[in-house]
Design a protein around this ligand. Structure first.
Ligand code: ADP
Ligand code: ZN
Ligand code: ZN
Length: 843
């Protein structure tokens, strides 16, 4: 047998499978999806097996053998390998780049794969059915040796591949990777019940009342014999670890070091929830999705439900339906919304069969969650965009909550969009995709409306070809009203002599909430990096010497840093340009709002959430918990306060400057503004107390702002689509952005010109029309080269070409051809070309 291997060298020249012999001792071990080490160009490199074949296209004798197998179980399944190929073709990236994004980081390095027996309690009940395993020599060997390396097992038990793999899949054996420095086992001091509980009980009964806290600790662990981390118990009892150690000295409890479970949500005791009886609107939607699930039809639904319409309950019940059919479910939520609150709703319904994947986990934690999925110990994966690759065997349902969020697009290679990948994965598995949003992206909305009216005008869009079905839920649960939104024209405030960042109306509303003991959310709509340095005398701003971008001021280190290249310098005390001392360091916008709040409302308790206050692990969660416990009056923040939060005492939402995102040079600026305002307004009055929203703006007549005020998605979409059609922007066409970069300005520009003209020639000879004539037919238009919005980064000049097209014109293929034509003997073009298919960020 030979194996076709994609070697992990991400370049165009090596982007094809290479053939290797499977050596005798690896027979039965190597599968499609296995990770192997293979000799390549004089080194041993990692790669993935993407195919097996009985013979090679070349002379078998010349083939080199696979050098090593890296895991017991293949990390990827054949369908994921295939999906990776699709990603590489659609997003113009090497196959290996797409394969690598599917595995957890912990698996990327050089590591030993080891197996050991699972701990007793983790073995499934089925285990007793396979007792014969215990008589196997390899089983005995593993039992006697504890941890055994893969290479050793292969050598000793060449025939045992199938048996060992089955034992891992069943959970009798546990596969681990031992990267000593990267995945260190954490040990924590843990409280256990005392050795002699009877003696402890007796001692407690006769103890004096002096050591009350120690008694409380002892009482706790006697009543709840589950081991609990020492620090957690101390915190729960509002005492110190020293006090509890004192109780251990008396023999009232035991303290030992225990290996810490890496499940970051373990032991948090999620409250079990039961399905709610569905409201009428929910029921209709549920029925449609359930029918598609039962039919195992690859369908796409757009669940357009206003904020508070009960989308999550629909998700939960459809997931339940999916699990009952023994298929698994994936739930994608934007990274920023992946809060404990959100996770709790899924864990609360499905308990431990939920795996959670997000970037704030350590690499060990992520690996554990991923393994839980692969080994069938989890049936629901909740995570950010890469969870779309969760290694389930039978995916039945993929839910994408807040489907309009731009974080579903990965900004580095592979620059995939999780929504499109989800649709493709669903096709492979005959699964259902549910896209949920109160403010659907115009792409999804047009796709769903087009398939409904059978117009097919939106053939430019990928999901349109899929034919999505629109499922509206226009009412909030239990007839709760949508909050009233007031617009305040800030120009009138200025005219009236109010120079504060708070209008009189917002000021008053905040005061009122303080008096009533209710809570408020304040949003500062500010994208980008708002901490910069400016000279008040001459207008000088500090720029990075390597990139055309302002430097960012870091309060803590008093340093200026570049966000793109990491360049750092000391903050100046006088202006380097005019030597004036009036050089100012502007803090983040939220910082200034916080100061202003403290001035206007003495004693006000504010929680500020922005990039500065949420870098620490778990900080997000800490702030939200505090706010939920009503330990603050105001939650102030950037975009991150707009998403998915649900607090019953929030009755006021204030937007300090609605328009800052409205005038960005991005064709999605109005859409983004509308989405943000609608989302944040949805945070108010979700429970018994009615809510009110105050939006401060300088553009009260802009349709994005007026539509958001009226909760009127339809009229926003209608107006915005008019502009998009007129300008020929998505969803009426598709885009591919190519960025060229190099140290030499002249070379980048020349190559950009060549790329554009080659593309135009290729398109012409393929017989595709060169521009949009507004009649909906296919065309391809090549714009540029022009300087990129950031024209220089890390000392490299940047130019870009934009490909605009509609219909099936083979744009990616044409681009691939053009790049090949510009490439030299090494298979690479002379300047770096980075391709972004369906770009979300034009800026
Ligand atoms: P969305 O995700 O659409 O913004 P949620 O799913 O958060 O809305 O639901 C809003 C509120 O309504 C939640 O507090 C939820 O518990 C409640 N809810 C949802 N469905 C029902 C139902 N069928 N009966 C009663 N309450 C419900
Ligand atoms: Zn100056
Ligand atoms: Zn820089």
């Amino acid at each position: 047998m030979i194996a076709r291997v994609i070697v992990d060298v991400p370049s165009r020249a090596t982007d094809r499978p290479f053939d290797y012999k499977i050596p005798e001792n690896l027979n039965g071990w190597v599968e499609v999806g296995s990770r192997v080490g293979v000799p390549f160009g004089g080194r041993v490199l990692q790669g993935f097996v993407v195919g097996l074949a009985p013979y090679a296209d070349v002379d078998v004798k010349k083939l080199k053998p696979i050098a090593e197998l890296l895991d017991h179980l293949p990390p990827l399944s054949p369908d994921l390998v295939e999906l990776a190929r699709w990603v590489s073709e659609k997003y113009c990236c090497p196959w290996t780049t797409a394969l690598q994004v599917m595995i957890p980081a912990a698996l990327k390095g050089k590591a030993d794969s080891v197996v050991s027996l699972s701990e007793e309690e983790e073995c499934s009940e089925e285990r007793t059915g396979f007792l014969t395993e215990e008589s196997e020599p390899w089983f005995q060997y593993i039992r006697n040796n504890g941890e055994v390396r893969l290479a050793l097992l292969q050598e000793r038990f060449p025939e045992a591949a199938a048996g060992i793999k089955a034992a891992i899949r069943r959970g009798t054996l546990r596969e681990e990777i031992s990267i000593r420095d990267r995945l260190k086992v954490r040990k924590v001091w843990t409280v256990f019940p005392p050795e002699d509980t009877a003696a402890a009980e007796a001692a407690l009964a006769s103890a004096s009342s002096r050591a009350a806290k120690q008694q409380e600790a002892a009482r706790y662990i006697l009543d709840n014999p589950e081991p609990i981390p020492l620090a957690a118990l101390a915190q729960a009892l509002s005492t110190t670890t020293g006090t509890i150690r004192g109780a251990a000295d008396k023999g009232w409890l035991t303290i030992r070091e225990m290996e810490q479970q890496r499940d970051p949500y373990a032991g948090r005791g999620f409250k079990r929830t039961e399905p709610l009886p569905l409201m009428e609107g929910q029921q209709t939607v549920y029925n449609e999705i359930a029918e598609a699930l039962d039919n195992e039809a690859a369908r796409v639904f757009l669940l357009h439900g206003v904020t508070g319409s009960g989308k999550t309950e629909v998700y939960l019940q459809t997931i339940d339906r999916c699990l009952k059919a023994e298929r698994q479910a994936i739930v994608l939520v934007p990274e920023i919304a992946l809060t404990p609150q959100m996770v709790e709703r899924f864990k609360g319904r499905f308990g431990d069969s939920v795996a959670v994947l997000h970037s704030r986990l350590s690499s060990g934690e992520r690996y554990d969650e991923w393994r839980k999925i692969r080994e069938g110990r989890a049936e629901v994966a909740v995570g950010a965009r890469s969870a779309v690759f969760a290694p389930f065997r039978r995916v039945g349902l993929i839910i994408i909550d807040e489907e309009h969020e731009s974080s579903y697009k990965q900004e580095e290679s592979p620059k995939y969009h999780a929504r499109d990948v989800a649709v493709q994965r669903a096709k492979q598995h005959q699964a259902v995709v549910v896209l949920g949003s109160a403010t659907p992206s115009l792409e999804s909305f047009v796709a769903a409306s087009a398939s409904r009216s059978q117009e097919g005008t939106a053939s430019a869009n990928g999901s349109a070809k899929q034919g999505a079905t629109l499922l509206p839920m226009p009412e909030r649960v239990a007839g709760r009203p949508l909050p009233k939104v007031h617009l305040v024209d800030m120009r009138d405030e200025l005219k009236g002599g109010n120079r504060s960042m708070f209008s009189r109306q917002l000021h008053e509303a905040l005061l009122q909430r303080l008096e009533r003991g209710e809570q408020s959310v304040l949003l500062l709509n500010r994208r980008g990096y708002s901490t910069f340095v400016m000279c008040r005398s001459c207008g000088y701003t500090a720029q990075c010497p390597h990139c055309d971008i302002s430097l960012t001021f870091h309060q803590k280190s008093k340093a200026l840093r570049c966000h793109y290249c990491g360049h750092a310098e000391q903050a100046p005390t006088a202006c380097p340009s005019c030597e004036s001392e009036h050089i100012r360091f502007f803090g983040t916008g939220t910082q200034r709002v916080e100061e202003e709040l403290a001035k206007l409302f003495p004693g006000i308790r504010v929680i500020r959430m922005d990039v500065d206050t949420t870098t620490e692990k778990g900080s997000h969660e800490k702030w939200l918990t505090m706010f939920g416990e009503r330990k603050a009056d105001v939650l102030l923040g950037t975009q991150m306060v707009a998403k998915g939060l649900d607090f019953p005492y929030v009755t006021l939402v204030g937007v300090i400057a609605a328009d800052t995102s409205l005038h960005l040079p991005d064709f999605r600026a109005a859409e983004k503004t509308f989405q943000l305002l609608t989302q944040v307004a949805g945070r108010a009055g979700r429970h018994e107390l009615p809510g009110e929203v105050i939006v401060q703006t300088y553009n009260p007549e802009h349709y994005a702002i007026i539509s958001a005020q009226r909760h009127d998605y339809a009229s926003f979409a209608q107006e915005e689509l008019k502009h998009r059609r007129f300008m020929a922007y998505p969803p009426f066409c598709r885009l591919i952005l190519v960025t060229l970069s190099h140290e030499q300005l002249a070379l980048v520009y020349a190559e950009g010109e060549k790329l554009a003209s080659t593309l135009r020639d290729l398109a012409r000879s393929a017989g595709v029309r060169g521009s949009d004539e507004g009649d909906g037919s296919r065309f391809i238009d090549i714009l540029g080269p022009v300087a990129s919005p950031i024209p220089r980064m890390k000392d490299r000049y940047r130019f870009q070409c934009m490909i605009k097209y509609r219909g099936n014109v083979g744009a990616s293929e044409l681009l691939g051809q053009a790049i090949s034509l510009l490439s030299g003997a090494n298979g690479q073009p002379p300047v770096t070309m980075s391709v972004d298919v369906d770009p979300q960020m034009i800026l």
